[in-house]
Design a protein. Sequence first.
Length: 376
Amino acid sequence: MWRDAIEDAIGKIRRNLEQHQGAFPHITNEKRYSWSENEDWIEGFHTGLTWLSYEYSRDAFFQVQAKQQIADFKRRLEEKACLEHHDIGFLYGLSALAGWIVEKDDSARDLALQAADHLLGRWREQGGYLQAWGPENDETNGGRIIIDCLLNLPLLYWASEVTGQPRYAEIAFKQAELSRRYLVRGDDSSYHTFYFNPETGVPLGGGTHQGYTDGSTWTRGQAWGIYGFALSYRYTKEPAFLRTSKRLLKYFLEHLPEDHIAYWDFNVPIEANTSRDSSASAITACGMLELIDLLPEDDADRSWIKQGLDQTMHSLVSKYATIGEEAEGLLKHGSYHVRGNNGLDDYMIWGDYYYLEALMRLERGIPGYWYERNTK
């Protein structure tokens, strides 16, 4: 089952690469991608898909394409083009760091370290956090953190391991701990973002950018937390991160509809046209695979996590994947920014990436590009 899904996905990825040479996918409401410049936060997922395709097939076509994309990421970092945000790990972890993991390419390693330095530049010493968006002292976002950032922290943890310089990991740990304390609520749901006083670090309150309301639980944010805290546990062995990942996952699974695939927010009223977010469930599948790999065989939580993984992946493959269809995307019924009327029911390139990452881990034991292989 997994192999057939992977091979169908790789065929689509190859066709996209052939038809849109040098371009990157962007989100639409038209059941297709819009192909253009490398200038958003999402392009790394396209390169990650290319690397996964190469690791599965060993077809040199994908290797060449991935290296060409890395060259464009190098240009982008040199120009500091549209990089005034926290999503540096999404961009450079799945491109440059992946190139190092797969091929031990020194130039890819160096680019990933330069990207880690850029992300480190978003640390606000006075407030004690990595700022999500905008320049320092930005009037709207100067004191804002975001749960998505947890998936960008592996780039910093990795940089410490490679360079022997502790500051990268120290900042990543502080950000993860701050996220655990303020983005995770007492009932195991989560805020999308949280505000602090930029000068003092005093907490001001939670809010959302893409969720239903400030106090609701945006499902993709919950998914970022599940996978992100598991990855922070892998690097730090801090038990609180593991517990938090499990708590967020239990909440996620307990609030799913009958087919086990999330709507876009856990608090939104469910009507006939309410958007799903298959990408949130794909991210969560990867988080469950990560937890299963980290937990000892006698851990009592393994059984319900495995059950959740099995239900999620079978539903994604049988009901949400574009297997056998003429499609640019791998997963249907994703959502991006529902309140902003952007990507309401369409392909999400990050959903495609996490879907294939989960399949590759199930079929080949290849865990993606968040850490060096054979580390636990």
